[in-house]
Write a new protein. Structure first.
Length: 387
């Protein structure tokens, strides 16, 4: 009985050991699967000789060759760190022997020059044991995407704060400018029509210069207000079905002084009946006035301004073609950028008109395009959806 009992006990112990080994192998296999899926590497640090054991994933994260030694001095790996991070990581490593956990992020420079962000998390086993027996077990993972996402989020927040502050500043400044500017224009107009004390020819010329500069500045203020309102999403826009030809007639009346000043001939090729478009009447008139005004100012004196119309399925194309100097491709690329005058500084304007045109067309669900041949003029096309 004693012998058989010993055999039974030995067999039971063997079964327990096999079960424990199998459970350990299963646990290791599950860990390897999890680590592989999460891109996590494992390391062991030996403080006694300051060496590190790295598994295959950790070696890959450091940019080491697959056949690189699994154990190497920590100083050798430190050389792969970004120079700006070595001091902080070294300080974190020196605190580990005192029993503090390790959690640090740092950059490494791979052989191809790429910079990656790694995070190391480790715990010292048996911190009370002799130094020769101490070991730190830890994990290593690539957090480059997390760092990039966090940086982009912060940059986006900062950009939004700057944009809000800019819009608030420009809006307040524009309103503050409008009040004294209206006073200047009003007084200048009073002087211009004063019959009790009429102006001399020289004084009238100077008053006209004041009015010209004042109106140009007022247009600039209005354009800045429109742009900041669009950027801030506070622009009042009420698209409704309307007849574009009626808006065009009103717009032509508004630019009549400029047309006469430049002796421009209007060639209206719109049909008598046009489709209804979805647009805000006030904003569409603003678009038409800007384009008509530009077509007069940038035309040749005595030139022709051709008004075109094309029905294109679900859209309508309304074009404004001049006979000016035209634009080269490089100039077309810069057309819709603020304050781009494209060298025509002798032509009065703010450099914001086309920016406002594009933004308003976008807001109404349309678009603006331009075609030009140097020496043959430019054609601006406004596309809007049909009602």
């Amino acid at each position: 009985m004693l012998v058989s009992g010993s055999v039974w006990y030995a067999v039971l112990s063997l079964r327990v050991q096999l079960a424990q080994r199998r459970a350990k192998e299963d646990a290791n296999e599950r860990w390897e699967l999890v680590a592989e899926a999460a891109g996590i590497g494992v390391f062991v640090w030996h403080p006694i000789d300051d060496s590190l054991e790295l598994d295959a994933r950790s070696r890959l994260l450091y940019g080491l060759a697959p056949d690189a030694p699994s154990t190497m001095p920590r100083a050798e790996l430190a050389r792969r760190m970004h120079p700006e991070d070595r001091k902080a990581v070294g300080a974190a490593a020196r605190s580990v022997p005192q029993g503090e956990p390790l959690r640090t992020r740092y950059r490494i420079v791979l052989p191809d020059g790429a910079v990656r962000h790694l995070e190391a998390i480790g715990t010292l086993r048996d911190p009370a044991a002799p130094v020769a027996q101490r070991r730190m077990f830890g994990v290593l993972r690539d957090v480059t995407d997390e760092v990039t996402a966090t940086r982009l989020m912060h940059e986006k927040d900062a950009a939004e704060r700057v944009a809000r502050a800019r819009n608030e500043f420009l809006s307040r400044l524009s309103h503050e400018l409008r009040t004294p500017l209206n006073a200047v224009l009003g007084l200048a107009q009073v002087l211009e029509v004063d019959t009790v004390e009429p102006l001399t020819p020289l004084q009238r010329q100077r008053i006209e210069m004041i009015l010209q500069g004042g109106w140009q500045l007022l247009h600039l203020v209005d354009d800045v207000l429109d742009i900041t309102s669009i950027d801030a999403g506070t622009l009042t826009m009420r698209p409704l079905p309307l007849e574009a030809r009626a808006v065009l007639r009103t717009s032509l009346a508004l630019i009549e002084p400029e047309r006469a000043a430049f002796d421009i001939r209007i060639d209206d090729r719109w049909p008598a009946q046009t489709a209804l478009v979805m647009a805000d009447p006030k904003r569409l008139q603003q678009v038409f006035v800007n384009l008509l005004s530009n077509a007069c100012k940038y035309n040749t004196r005595g030139g022709r301004l051709t008004l075109g119309y094309r029905d294109a399925g679900d859209e309508v194309c309304m074009s404004f073609a001049d006979q000016g100097l035209g634009l080269v491709p490089e100039q077309i690329e810069q057309l819709f950028q603020p304050f781009r005058r494209l060298g025509a500084t002798e032509v009065p304007g703010t450099g914001l008109g086309l920016v406002v045109v594009k933004l308003l067309c976008d807001q109404m669900g349309g678009r603006v395009e331009v075609e030009s041949t140097p020496g043959e003029g430019a054609c601006f096309m406004v596309w809007l959806p049909k009602a």
